[in-house]
Design a protein around this ligand. Sequence first.
Ligand SMILES: [Zn+2]
Length: 87
Amino acid sequence: MIRAAGRDGCTPARKAGEAVAAAWDTAGVLETVVVQCPYCGEQVEIALDPESEGRMVQDCEVCCQPWLLTVRRRRDGEPAVEVERAQ
Ligand SMILES: [Zn+2]
């Protein structure tokens, strides 16, 4: 069986900022970073768990293309995030 790559499961959500704000209010543990989508060029704010490090895949909220995120931590704990195309 051939699975259509990608877009079906993703709903573009311009309300993501609100969700992040709500998470901040209740848990106060999420960090947000702004990355530039390598597909559509939009600057998109994403929420990171403070423990997040390494590589992960996340869909662009604007164009639903998959990102490969590489999260590194500096000595002071600040995240440095790189975004590549995941396909
Ligand atoms: Zn995009």
